[in-house]
Design a protein around this ligand. Structure first.
Ligand SMILES: [Zn+2]
Length: 286
């Protein structure tokens, strides 16, 4: 089974690349976060880096020369990275960049919003904290009994989840209790959806493995086992369905060829919006 070069970083590294869409990833698995790729150049912003003047922002960028034949650029939290062939003069690179400032500005803003959302999700594990669950906010509180309890959303506020943690429980204990609860929900939620898509694909019900990967939503093995990340439970049901349909389609096509995408479309005709939405997803660092 092909395995993609996914970053093993503890922390997601969101990045948007103009030159390499995520769909080009040649493997039977779905990246949880767009990999930023190895930084061969010094981090943007160091003295001596060129600077791109955007209408509202001066964005330093790192320029690396490579054997590639086109100019490529990507925007991440580290800034703008430009890769260009050795023979292209700086003035030409600047000329290309100046035609892309709208795109770069938009991506830079997206990265900032994402970073802020991610920062907001850090260190929130306590009574009253909110986490996304099936795309909706869920408020945590402490269960007084030994088990978890659910309260429906109402006009008074979001749905509530009482978790069995000790009084004065620390961040780690809250995390553990929440992760355990999400894993239990994941098993219950994934199985029927997996059966549904497998049946549509004309396949027997595949074996299901729950994964904890940091960098991957799901994968399909050549032996027909589907792995799904329990962190998917943070996402709206339609996005979870897309990931499951994606992996079931891999049981037919272990690649990302046009035939593969046709198989996904057969299972989920409106998959493309979900595929895009999945790229912008930020999940709590549990
Ligand atoms: Zn895939």
């Amino acid at each position: 089974m092909p395995t993609p070069p996914t970053p093993q970083a503890d922390r997601p590294a969101p990045s948007t690349s103009a030159a390499s869409p995520a769909a080009a990833n040649p493997a039977a698995s779905l990246s949880l976060f767009d990999p930023a790729g190895p930084l061969s150049a010094p981090a943007a912003g160091e003295a001596g880096d060129p600077v791109l003047l955007l209408p509202k922002l001066q964005l330093p960028y790192t320029l690396s020369r490579s054997r590639r034949r086109t100019i490529g650029f990507s925007v991440s939290a580290q800034g703008l990275r430009v890769t260009a062939p050795r023979w292209v003069p700086l003035a030409d690179i600047e000329g290309v960049l100046s035609t892309k400032t709208d795109w770069i500005w938009r991506k830079w803003q997206e990265v900032q919003v994402r970073e802020q959302r991610l920062a907001a999700l850090h260190g929130v594990w306590r009574e009253g904290a909110e986490v996304p669950y099936l795309g909706e906010p869920l408020r945590l509180r402490r269960s007084l009994g030994g088990s978890s309890a659910w309260t429906e959303a109402s006009d008074a506020g979001p749905a509530g989840l009482a978790l069995p943690v000790a009084e004065g429980a620390d961040d780690h204990a809250w995390r553990q209790a929440l992760a355990r609860w999400l894993q239990a929900q994941a098993r219950r939620h994934f199985r029927p959806r997996l059966d549904h898509f497998a049946e549509r694909a004309g396949l027997p019900a595949p074996a299901l493995r729950l994964s904890s990967a940091r960098t991957r939503w799901g994968s399909a093995s050549a032996r027909g086992v589907i792995s799904l990340n329990w962190r998917l439970m943070h996402l709206a049901p339609a996005l979870i369905d897309y990931v499951i349909a994606h992996e079931v389609a891999h049981l037919h096509e272990m690649n990302h060829s046009p035939r593969f995408w046709a198989a996904v479309a057969a299972l989920m005709p409106d998959y493309d919006g979900h595929r895009r939405a999945l790229r912008d997803v930020v999940v709590p660092p549990l």
